[in-house]
Design a protein around this ligand. Structure first.
Ligand code: TYM
Length: 335
């Protein structure tokens, strides 16, 4: 059976990029795959988090998954720290991952900045925990946005290193699944920067909880250039803000940038933005409304996470026992 594993950090400001790049695709895949979706709170603390906020954001991401259409019965939804196997397997994999592999990770370089000596060890080994997340469930497919591609290649390398070291064919090499449209949604203020939870300008992103007025205001203020929309995608080259808005429209309407250029070529951005506002409100506002409704009853969300933790924990425990056996750890009840 093909199994999907994917995750989102509960670091607040869940945005349109997370939705179009990841969550929306999960909704579409859930019928065909055995799915495990994780709120990766252990990844979140690689950057200091305020405890009450971390808990609130964990519930918020859970509500976003369900409000977007993920079925909590068919899929497993849980927060990572409930299943201690993630940390245990991460340790084993840390002992198989050369530092050189981690030194190449661009996300670490960006996040650590100039002061590498002060960077936290957790941030450095973050991709190993991510490999552990995926491999703990022997997931075969990992649907993510473009920014996670390098981490997934590393997960494959780590899986291969484990299999080789112990001369086993235990871990499947997980396949990244990156969609063609909206794999990289960019900031509304700067078309060369990705839309991000941590951008200090709220006008750089559409949050999943933004109401219709806020969405309209942010799109109207979104940066563009003075040219009208081109008639072909070739005309979007070196126009990052234009390309981003066209790409977002295409993703929201299940179309392509080519088709959007054919439809709107020659139009001014001021008029295109009106259409964009309408389709975006049509998609995002109902999800935000449903999230707010769900979060008013935290008991509902918590029950889903508790149950998801039990289901994930059962799979993890069985796999971890096999992994420990392969590694040579003595375990009660095993030869
Ligand atoms: P995170 O929390 O940064 O993002 C969650 C998902 O959203 C995608 N994404 C985007 N897609 C398109 N455009 C954007 N601007 C954009 N920003 C974010 C991300 O690619 C991701 O799919 N390390 C992961 C979480 C993680 C994980 C895992 C993912 C931990 N363990 C195991 C898959 C499998 C992260 O920080 O995602």
């Amino acid at each position: 059976m093909n199994r999907i594993f994917s995750g989102v950090q509960p670091t607040g400001n869940l945005h349109l990029g997370n939705y179009l790049g990841a969550i929306r695709n999960w909704v579409r895949m859930q019928a065909e795959y055995d799915c495990i979706f994780c709120i990766v709170d252990m990844h979140a603390i690689t950057v200091p988090q305020e405890p009450a906020q971390l808990r609130a954001h964990t519930r918020e991401v859970t509500a976003a998954f369900i409000a977007s259409g993920i079925d909590p019965e068919g899929c497993i939804i849980f927060n990572q720290s409930q299943v201690s196997g993630h940390a245990e397997l991460a340790w084993i994999l840390n002992c198989m991952t050369p530092m050189g592999w981690l030194n190449r990770m661009t996300q670490f370089k960006e996040k650590a900045g100039k002061h590498r000596e002060n960077a936290l060890v957790g941030l450095f080994v973050y991709p190993v925990l991510m490999a552990a997340d995926i491999l703990l469930y022997k997931a075969t497919h990992v649907p993510v946005g473009e920014d996670q591609k390098q981490h997934l290649e590393l997960s494959r390398d780590i899986a291969g290193a484990f299999n080789r070291q112990f001369d086993v064919d235990y871990f499947p090499l997980p396949e990244p699944q990156i969609m063609a449209t909206a794999a990289r949604v960019m900031s509304l203020r700067d078309g060369r920067k990705k839309m991000s939870k941590s951008d200090e300008s709220d006008f750089s992103r559409i949050n999943m909880t933004d109401d219709a007025d806020t969405i309209a205001q942010k799109i109207r203020k979104a940066r563009t250039d003075p040219e009208p929309l081109p008639e072909t995608v070739a005309g979007l080259e070196s126009r990052p803000e234009a390309a981003n808005l066209v790409g977002i429209y295409a993703a929201l309407t299940d179309s392509t940038s080519e088709a959007v250029c054919t439809q709107f070529g020659g139009a001014l951005f001021s008029s295109f933005k009106n259409d964009l506002v309408d389709v975006m409100i049509g998609v995002i506002e109902p999800i935000g409304r449903e999230m707010r409704r769900m979060l008013a009853d935290p008991g509902y969300v918590d029950a889903i996470l508790d149950r998801g933790g039990e289901r994930a924990g059962a799979i993890a425990a069985a796999n971890l026992a096999e992994i420990k056996q392969i590694v040579g750890f003595r375990q009660p009840g095993h030869a």
